[in-house]
Design a protein around this ligand. Sequence first.
Ligand code: NAD
Length: 491
Amino acid sequence: MLGKLEVPARLSGKLFAEGRFIAGEGGRLPVYNPARGEVIGDIAIATPGEIAATVAAAVAAWRPWARQPARMRAEALHTLGRLILDDAAGMAELMTLEQGKPFNEALGEIRKLAEACHFYAEEAVRVHGEVIPNDQPGFQSLVLREAIGVVAAITPWNYPAELVGWKLCAAVAAGCPVIIKPSEFTPFTALHIAEKTLQAGIPPGVVSVLTGDGASVGQALVDHPDIPKIAFTGSSRTGLRIQQSCPSIKRLSLELGGNCPLLVTRHADLPQAVQGAVRRSFRNMGQICIAINRIYVERTVYADFLAQFAAATRQLVIGDGLLHPAADLGAMAQAAPLQNTRQHLQDALDKGARLIAGGAAPQGEAFAKGLFFQPSIVADCTAQMLVMREETFGPLVGVAPFDHLGEAIALANDTPYGLAAYAYTQDLQEIHRCAAELDVGNVAINHVDAGIMNAPYGGRKQSGIGVEHGREGLLEYFQFKHVRLRHGVGA
Ligand code: NAD
């Protein structure tokens, strides 16, 4: 394993552009370890000149990279996946240092990043077009898929490796150069990935990382005329801002916020439902776009569910993710969602909710300087409470009873979001009803792992447009071309 501050020290103040690390000339932003409140390094805010040079290098790299046989792009991604796996422990340690999640969980994320490299490598060689019959003899229509051009990948801090990786791998596989603007809170993981792309022999200009804040660096990429696609993951507010501020027509994929419901009917396997509720409400301290925010439980099993859910939640172990690699929960990654959690909790209590687990920061010296909070449950919630309406993005979940499945589905859908929904029931009709009527991009029934690498993942309504993962995720990086050919044969 690497010395804990070796990588941030080496990558501090660096941009990755034109195939090498350069010292950024702009201002600096500090990066913190959220478990201890200590500065671990700083990042450069890319200047307009650095952004312009990086985009120009990406534009120059585009056609040569897109014209490479797909097999070569696939080989580069396989190599990248192997390099990442070889250094998985070091990369996970760095992620824990800047993000706060327990080391073992970070390790799992790094392994999934490597999986994404191999998945997109395999998909890269399976992109083909179509031949479409024409009404007139002697004509033929070819439908080709061409790489869209330079992509700006703008990412948040909750999954610093995977959310970069999904975009990077799909873009590279398709033949698109990608300029990554990682979250200013977790920039080192992205720079570390860039270092691996260099070792993997991916040509200069194909992958770049420009660090800095969203308002200047992120927005400059959105504004840039030579960037035809923005692949964004982040809040609905920023997603809307990007959509509204695009100065020219661009392809957008926007993976945005959620306010995800879980439905538990009297036909559920209750212990399984409790296990799922604990995992998806609190994993990564609730800082997951597909986290369960609100739970609707059929009244006949409501009290039983609450008792088991509260008991299982109290068993969760919180700790500094480097000192306690196997802890269930680490520190929160930044102060804003912690503040949101406190606000949503207070709002629920003020409006009559009942606190049945957590409710405060854990006590003790080990937690004094970090962004920690106990996983918290409020019961008897109403639709007016913030926890049932807005994305908390923290370790808080609201629970409410329902009497009929139709009522629960209506409550689940009564939100501007449409990312994921979960249901536990062993009844076949209820299963099909939930699958058909929940108005979201991802439905998980009798488990809570909504996304897999080879199926499309995306949101509806204010949760976004476009998808990542799967064949469909790769196709987001292509544009169609219809070539209508008059060859005259058979005319
Ligand atoms: P955010 O929207 O504040 O920031 C995301 C990224 O956008 C950062 O890199 C930021 O610097 C950049 N940015 C900010 N303003 C910008 C602008 N004007 N132009 C261009 N870029 C700009 O989100 P966050 O707080 O980092 O992440 C949390 C949010 O991300 C939550 O709402 C969560 O639900 C969402 N999220 C969604 C998914 C998904 O797949 N749907 C996955 C993870 C996180």
